[in-house]
Design a protein around this ligand. Structure first.
Ligand SMILES: NC(=O)C1=CN([C@@H]2O[C@H](COP(=O)(O)OP(=O)(O)OC[C@H]3O[C@@H](n4cnc5c(N)ncnc54)[C@H](O)[C@@H]3O)[C@@H](O)[C@H]2O)[C@H](O)CC1
Ligand SMILES: [K+]
Length: 297
C-alpha cells in the first residue's frame, strides 16, 4: 500500500469517528500539559453534531463556574439518585476535603487546637466528619454543637467523636480564647435570611476574633448569592480561608482569602449537566487551591 492509500484510510477513520461522536453525548476530560495547574482541559461533544470544544489555553485562563443554591441542592439529589451515592458517603468525602484544607492552611506545627462550630444541617455534618479526620492527623479538636437534630447520621458522627474522646463545649466564646484555628461549619448552601439564635452570637464572635477561620462551603451568615449581609451579625465576617464543596457558590465573588475547592468524586456526566468545570487535583489530594486573584463566574 502506498502512502496515498494510507492517508486515505486515516482520513476515513477520522471521518467515521466524528460521525460516531456526533451521534452520542461524550465528554472528554483531558489533562493537558499546556493547562495551568488546577484546571482541566474539558472538551464537550454534544448531540446534533455540534461541537463545543473549550481548548486548553482558554480553559487555562477561564475561571470556575459557580453553582447557585438551588442547583447545588439539585446536584446533591442527582448524586444520590442517578449517581447512586449515599448521604453518608458524600458527607464523608466533603469532610475529608475540609480536613485536608485545614491541614494545608494550618499544619499541626502552627497549633493543634481546632474549634469546630457545627450547625444543625449537613454543613455541620461536614464539620463533624472533618473533626474526626483532624483528630487522626494529630490535632485536638473541640466541638461546639448547640443544636443537635435527632437524625441518626448526625448522632453517629457525634458518637464517633465521643469514642475518640473529643470534647464538646457549650461555651463558644470561652473555647475561642483557647484555640489555634476555627472551622466554621454552621451554615452552607441552605442558609437564608438573617441569622437566628443561638448562632447570631457565635457569628459575632467569629467576626471579632483574630483566630484564623476556615469556612466550609460558605462563610456562615453570608447570602449564597449576594455574599455578606449589609448589617447585623456577619456584616464584617471575612474568614481567612474557604473551601467550596463540589463547586464555588456565587458568594465567592465577595471572598478575598485563600480559596480551595473540594469534590474529587463528581462524575463528569453530573458536572456536564450543571455546566461545571472540574479542576485538576494533584496526586491523592481531595482539594485544589484556586490561584490568588483567580475569579469565578
Ligand atoms: N456535594 C457536596 O459536596 C456535599 C455537601 N454537603 C454539605 O451540605 C450543605 C448543605 O446542607 P443542608 O443540610 O442543605 O443545609 P445547611 O447545613 O446549609 O443548613 C440548614 C440548616 O440551617 C438552618 N437555617 C437556615 N437558615 C437559617 C437562619 N437564617 N438562622 C438559623 N438557622 C438557619 C436550617 O433550619 C437547617 O437546620 C452544603 O453547604 C455542604 O456543606 C453535604 O455534606 C452533602 C454533600
Ligand atoms: K459554613
Amino acid at each position: 500500500m502506498n502512502i496515498r492509500w494510507l492517508s486515505r484510510i486515516g482520513l476515513l477513520r477520522l471521518h467515521s469517528r466524528r460521525i460516531c461522536e456526533s451521534k452520542c453525548i461524550q465528554s472528554f476530560l483531558v489533562h493537558s500539559s499546556t493547562a495551568k495547574p488546577g484546571y482541566l482541559d474539558y472538551r464537550t461533544v454534544r448531540t446534533e453534531g455540534r461541537f463545543n470544544i473549550r481548548n486548553s489555553s482558554r480553559c487555562a485562563t477561564m475561571s470556575l463556574r459557580t453553582l447557585n443554591a438551588e442547583n447545588a441542592a439539585d446536584l446533591d439529589k442527582d448524586l444520590m439518585s442517578v449517581g447512586a451515592f449515599s448521604l453518608d458517603q458524600l458527607m464523608e468525602l466533603a469532610g475529608l476535603s475540609v480536613s485536608q484544607a485545614v491541614y494545608r492552611v494550618h499544619p499541626p506545627e502552627k497549633g493543634k487546637r481546632i474549634l469546630v462550630a457545627v450547625g444543625p444541617g449537613n454543613n455541620g455534618g461536614d464539620g463533624l466528619v472533618a473533626a474526626r479526620h483532624l483528630w487522626h492527623y494529630g490535632y485536638q479538636p473541640t466541638i461546639f454543637y448547640p443544636k443537635r437534630p435527632k437524625n441518626e447520621l448526625y448522632q453517629r458522627l457525634a458518637e464517633q467523636l465521643k469514642t475518640l474522646g473529643v470534647p464538646f463545649t457549650d461555651d463558644f466564646e470561652a473555647a475561642l480564647k483557647s484555640t489555634d484555628h476555627v472551622v466554621d461549619s454552621i451554615f452552607g448552601f441552605s442558609f437564608s435570611g438573617e441569622v437566628r439564635e443561638p448562632f447570631a452570637a457565635v457569628i459575632t464572635a467569629l467576626e471579632n476574633t483574630k483566630v484564623p477561620v476556615t469556612a466550609v462551603d460558605a462563610p456562615s451568615s453570608w447570602n449564597i448569592q449576594d455574599g455578606p449581609p449589609k448589617s447585623g451579625p456577619g456584616a464584617n465576617f471575612n474568614p481567612e480561608f474557604l473551601i467550596s464543596l463540589t463547586a464555588p457558590k456565587p458568594l465567592v465573588s465577595h471572598f478575598t482569602g485563600r480559596h480551595f475547592v473540594g469534590g474529587r468524586f463528581l462524575p463528569p456526566s453530573v458536572a456536564e449537566k450543571y455546566n461545571l468545570d472540574i479542576p485538576v487535583y494533584k496526586g491523592v489530594d481531595q482539594i485544589v487551591e484556586l490561584p490568588a486573584g483567580e475569579n469565578v463566574r
